[in-house]
Design a protein around this ligand. Structure first.
Ligand SMILES: [Zn+2]
Length: 357
């Protein structure tokens, strides 16, 4: 069955790994909850354009912020309110699993009109909504018509957002680290260092923060000191890297036999993200000036609950191997292959035979 010996296989892999170029690890930082706090929002907008922002569609200053960020060439996301499991004061038009596909579509299209030039969407709160596969299918069905990518904020461990996104060909990515679960400059700095470590290990990382004064101060100090092997990138570049234009990710997947993957009845057309900008329209509704509505921090509370699982990949039931892009990842893969060979019962007689001869 196996034509090549394990030794030859290892040598081939080694040569392959030596051929990989060592490239800078990519770090995307997204700041959520934009549109309410003018001072902090402007301080974030003064940071390098690689920092991406996510705007609450019903916030009083969302459209202004979007215009400024667009002029800067900064990535803009719609920060879509989604229903949490815990009782919270909710934003207007918070998406819930009980809503019909038509209602979800209407709310998303309205949000797109209120946050002009958005390239993607991520969830504000949403532990209940994102854990509902049917609910997230409604979201992705709508997004697939608007060429937006989806960044899963991962506010709950069993989030279905990326599963649903894949069904509808919506490019997606996941948040790896929250940088300000605790509003302290030191804590945010620690989390940013964790994000760097995550990026070095995995080739890239997506960190999410909020426009808190402590986060702003931490970022102002952190950005000039970003290590040379770390490249700050707009979040859309990591989405494209992972799954844009409908191309499969560079992963080897092994799913347990018998696992069925039900597809939606209406298969959406896969469109390229490059078409997105022209399709978005200017706001058609007046921006709400209701300043009594303040953004909650519940996603942070939810994040705390899920803090431990949130920093680990949550692809459950799937054995997923990313093809290495750095030397370190290559060595990781090599170690994995060696271990797999030595643990494979069908190969053990072969290895024993080699040792004996
Ligand atoms: Zn939020």
């Amino acid at each position: 069955m196996l034509k090549h010996s394990p030794i030859k296989l290892l040598i081939s892999l080694l040569l392959l790994i030596i051929g990989f170029q060592v490239s800078a690890a990519k770090l995307a930082i997204v700041i959520d909850d934009f549109g309410y706090r003018v001072k902090e929002d402007n301080q974030i907008l003064a940071l390098p354009v690689a920092i991406s922002i996510a705007i609450l569609p019903n916030s009083p200053h969302g459209a202004e912020v979007a215009a400024t960020a667009y002029q800067q060439g900064r990535d803009i996301l719609i920060h879509m309110p989604m229903k949490p499991l815990s009782k919270q004061p909710l934003e207007k038009d918070t998406l819930a699993p009980s809503m019909s596909a038509e209602e979800v579509d209407r709310i998303i299209k309205n949000a797109i009109s209120r946050v002009p030039h958005a390239k993607g969407m991520n969830n504000h709160m949403g532990s209940e909504m994102t854990s509902s596969l049917s609910g997230m299918r409604n979201v992705m069905r709508s997004l697939s018509q608007s060429n937006l990518f989806f960044l899963d904020s991962v506010t709950i461990g069993n989030t279905q957002a990326v599963n649903a996104a894949k069904e509808f060909g919506v490019p997606s990515a996941k948040r790896n680290i929250f940088i300000d679960n605790h509003q302290s400059e030191e804590e945010t700095r620690t989390q940013l260092n964790k994000a760097i470590a995550y990026a070095r290990k995995h080739g890239s990382a997506v960190a999410i923060g909020h426009p808190h004064p402590s986060t702003v101060r931490a970022l102002q100090k952190f950005i000039p000191q970003v290590p040379a092997d770390i490249e700050l990138v707009p979040v859309s570049t990591l989405v494209n890297h992972q799954s844009a234009t409908g191309e499969p990710r560079k992963t080897l997947r092994m799913q347990p036999e018998g696992m069925t993957h039900s597809l939606p009845t209406e298969k959406p057309e896969v469109k390229t993200p490059s078409q997105s900008d022209e399709k978005l329209t200017e706001p058609t509704q007046p921006i709400s000036a209701d300043k009594t509505s303040v953004p909650e921090n519940s996603e942070l509370t939810e994040a705390n609950k899920n803090a431990q699982q949130s920093e680990k990949p949550t692809e459950l039931g799937i054995c997923e191997i990313e093809l290495p892009t750095t030397r370190l990842q290559g060595i990781d893969l090599l170690m994995f292959v060696v271990e797999a060979i030595y643990q494979d019962k069908t190969l053990q007689p072969l290895i024993a035979g080699k040792k004996a001869s």
